[in-house]
Design a binder for this molecule. Structure first.
Ligand SMILES: Nc1nc2c(c(=O)[nH]1)N[C@H]1C(S)=C(S)[C@@H](COP(=O)(O)O)O[C@H]1N2
Ligand SMILES: [Mo]
Length: 341
């Protein structure tokens, strides 16, 4: 099972060994919620879409009649890796398991917008969740996030309005009955319990966009959290399990993904980063989903500092943390200490 971090609201982290299958079982999939799970009946549910001078409502059946696709999508919380940052940061204490890959079924957002014949690409598209709660200095608010118009309207690998996950209706904690899924973006963009969409002609400035989910670094202009940064993970041997191995050939295996397409390279060091070897890499089934890597390592008894580092077209994962005040996007290279007997 997952590691429960909090019960109310529900937050839970996936064990790294549970990320070995290509699709993460729903029972093991991490959960991130800012507010309590809203209770929404699928029967009678409508999605309200406002823009281009009109408001339209769609039941789940209406959406299904406009089209249905299934896509494999990797979600990763922008706070994944936060607890590795020093000095430590407040916030949900994720180690490295705030990620998972699922097959989501739904209607592509582009198909809905085409159906509505919205015309020019809007400045932004706002997605409104049904969950709500209080945030200091803001009072009562909803979970709402916008996407730039071009990202919302993308036809290839664009957002999905999903009603099913891994072949079954969405579960309450994952956003039932309808959620947005935005491939390639940190999962804060993938608004759960979606009940409203609005086309905007000016940038949205809600709490989850202007107060949170920004990279805050001294001396730098704050930048919004957008696409996932490249990350490689060792999954076998289990970095969270017994890390004592028998001497001989050890097959190191794991995954690597990025919001920038496919990772271009994975390197492994067994000496703390002094020297590196390239791992074999096979690309994932879709952009932004995990590629698989492996490396056969001839071991002799001793203590080893493994470092695993993925690359994408923007460059390699950093070897030193990029600290930021809210603890987002920490894709510092994974380090694992192993003993060979
Ligand atoms: N309505 C709503 N959508 C939300 C959130 C939320 O709190 N409320 N959390 C976001 C964040 S920060 C993450 S990481 C993902 C987590 O999705 P999951 O719980 O299905 O793994 O949902 C996103 N969508
Ligand atoms: Mo998140």
């Amino acid at each position: 099972m997952r590691e429960r971090l909090t019960d109310l609201p529900p937050n839970a982290e996936t064990h790294l060994r549970q990320l070995r299958p290509e699709v993460t079982p729903t029972d093991a999939f991490y959960i991130r919620s800012n507010f309590p799970v809203p209770d929404i009946e699928a029967d009678g549910f409508t999605l309200r879409v406002r823009g281009a001078g009109a408001t339209s409502e769609f039941t789940l059946d209406d959406l299904g009649s406009l089209g249905e696709v299934t896509r494999r999508v990797t979600l990763e919380c922008a706070g994944n890796g936060r607890t590795l940052l020093r000095p430590a940061i407040d916030g949900t204490p994720w180690t490295l398991g705030a990620t998972g890959t699922a097959d989501f079924t739904g209607l592509s957002l582009r198909s809905l917008l085409d159906h509505l014949d919205v015309g020019a690409v809007p400045t932004e598209v706002l997605f409104r969740g049904a969950d709500r709660g209080r945030k200091e200095g803001w009072g009562e608010l909803r979970f709402e996030r916008s996407l730039p118009g071009a990202a919302a309207c993308a036809a290839a690998d664009g957002p999905l309005l999903a009603w099913a996950m891994n072949g079954e209706p969405l579960r309450p904690e994952h956003g039932a009955p309808l959620r947005l899924v935005v491939p390639g973006w940190y999962a804060v963009a993938s608004v759960k319990w979606l009940e409203g969409i609005e086309l905007l002609d000016a940038p949205f400035s809600g709490y989850f966009q202007t107060d949170r989910y920004r990279y805050l670094v001294d001396g730098e202009t704050p930048a919004p959290v957008t696409r996932m940064r490249v990350r490689a993970l060792l999954l076998s041997p289990d970095p969270e399990g017994d890390r004592t191995l028998d001497a001989g050939t050890v097959r190191l295996q794991g995954i690597a993904w990025t919001g920038e397409g496919h990772p271009t390279r994975v390197e492994v060091s067994t000496d703390g980063g002094a020297s590196w070897r390239d791992a074999g890499l096979s690309p994932g089934p879709a952009p932004f989903t995990p590629s698989r890597w492996h490396l056969d390592w001839e071991t002799t008894p001793g203590e080893y500092d493994l470092v695993v580092r993925g690359h994408d077209h923007l460059g390699p994962q950093p070897l030193d943390q990029r600290w930021n005040a809210l603890g987002y996007g920490n894709n510092v290279a994974q380090r694992v200490r192993l003993t060979v007997d």
